[in-house]
Each structure stands twice: as structure tokens, then as C-alpha cells.
Design a protein around this ligand. Structure first.
Ligand SMILES: [Zn+2]
Length: 241
């Protein structure tokens, strides 16, 4: 029988607890002026209630956050939503700080099974992430949508965004990484096209959020960037070390 830790270190080597991760983010960006007073957190994580604890921890550290994402954690707010988010950045002290988090998510159960979570007061485990799991299944069955269904907007748009039907992903982990890559592209496209760096400092932290059985969340840190008043985008070490 496998275990949570074995699956975690095989699929997401270097993962930290969500708490450790946010501690490191805070330690890294605070000297750059990302204080609670100057910062607006923008958070791109899935709608799933499992992601709420991480969201709450972000709000405890940096104040109320703007939600960017729909199902799967990919930004779903469109130009109008981005415009609203950027118009809310604190500016009484001059330049404000835009703090962006982007994390698709996945569950790992105590027996090491990847892609499910046994949720509180339920008889059996269910898919985590339900949206990415359904897209993965449809990619294997050859039933991916060919166009956006307005009555199933988020997941059909996500399927078209993430999967080339001629090259279906080999695993749910691979699809989750593809979601992370798409998320990073979309975040930077919105940040660059808005020219928000002209008026505010930016930090972007991305990876995969992993839910363990007992409600403990882990983060696989993959990418982190900072862009200050010189407009130059540079990388942080992803775990902020
Ligand atoms: Zn989800």
C-alpha cells in the first residue's frame, strides 16, 4: 500500500505545508514593501471548498482578496474583471502592491491515491479537482467538447484551453501541471496588457495546492516573480528561500 508522503514526494517533490509556504512568501516580500496596508491580494484558485483555508490564510496576512478564478483555478474573470481588480489596489501611499497567487489543486488520500479527497461527513472519496478530473476523463474517452457550452461555461472553456485532443494528458498530475502553465501565461498576459507595473509593484507566486486527508494543505512551489518600479520582471526562488 502507498502513502500520502510517498505520492507527494514522487509527484510534487519539494512540497511544503501551505502554512510554511505562506510564511516564506511573507518573509520574502515584506522587505519589498508588501505590507497589509499597501497590498491587494489577487487569488486564482478553484471554487472547491477545500481551497478556502488557503484563501483565508492569505486574507489573514494581506487583507481581503479579489477572486480571479473559476473551476480549475484558471482566471475566469475576463477583461472587465481584471479591470475591476486592478482598480482596487491601495494607492494612498503612492505605488501599491499587487500580490497574485495562482494554484490549481489536487487531492492525495492517505493510501497515496492521487486525485481524490475523502471529504468531511461523506461516505466515499470524490474527485479533486472535480473539474480537472472530468476534463482528464473526457480526454481519455475521446469526448472532449469541441466548443464552449454556455450552460457549462467554465469547464468547457477550460477543456478547450488546456487539452489538445490529439495529445491527451498522460495523467491527472500532467493535466494539473498543464493548468498551472496556462494559469501563469494568463496571469502575465493580464498583468502586462494592463501596464499595472507602471503604477504598482507586483509579486506573483504560483504552484500546485495539494490537499491531504486530514485537511492539511500542501503547496508545490514552482514559480515566483517580482516586478518593482524599474519595470523589470525577475524571479524569486519559488519557495522564497
Ligand atoms: Zn477544483
Amino acid at each position: 500500500m502507498g502513502s500520502f508522503q510517498a505520492s507527494l514526494s514522487r509527484s510534487f517533490p519539494g512540497a511544503l505545508t501551505a502554512h510554511q509556504y505562506l510564511e516564506r512568501v511573507e518573509r520574502t516580500i515584506e522587505p519589498l514593501g508588501f505590507t497589509k496596508e499597501r497590498t491587494l491580494p489577487l487569488v486564482s484558485i478553484c471554487r472547491d471548498e477545500l481551497t478556502a483555508t488557503f484563501f483565508d490564510d492569505i486574507e489573514d496576512r494581506w487583507g481581503l482578496a479579489f477572486t480571479l478564478a473559476g473551476l480549475g483555478g484558471i482566471p475566469a474573470l475576463g477583461r472587465t474583471g481584471w479591470g475591476a481588480a486592478f482598480s482596487h489596489v491601495p494607492n494612498v501611499a503612492g505605488r501599491g502592491c499587487v500580490l497574485v497567487f495562482g494554484f490549481p489543486h489536487i487531492g492525495i488520500e492517505t493510501d497515496g491515491t492521487i486525485g481524490v479527497t475523502h471529504r468531511r461527513n461523506q461516505l466515499l472519496p470524490t474527485a479533486t479537482c472535480g473539474a480537472l478530473a472530468s476534463i482528464f476523463q473526457r480526454s481519455q474517452d475521446g469526448t472532449l467538447p469541441a466548443e464552449i457550452d454556455m450552460d457549462d461555461f467554465e469547464v468547457t472553456k477550460l477543456a478547450l484551453r488546456l487539452v489538445d485532443p490529439r495529445m491527451p494528458p498522460a495523467s491527472l498530475v500532467d493535466l494539473t501541471i498543464a493548468a498551472l502553465e496556462a494559469l501563469e501565461v494568463d496571469l502575465w498576459k493580464a498583468l502586462d496588457s494592463s501596464k499595472i507595473a507602471d503604477s504598482h509593484d507586483i509579486a506573483v507566486w504560483c504552484g500546485v495546492q495539494i490537499h491531504g486527508h486530514d485537511g492539511e494543505d500542501w503547496i508545490w512551489p514552482r514559480d515566483a516573480w517580482y516586478c518593482g518600479s524599474d519595470g523589470h520582471r525577475r524571479r524569486f526562488p519559488p519557495a522564497g528561500e
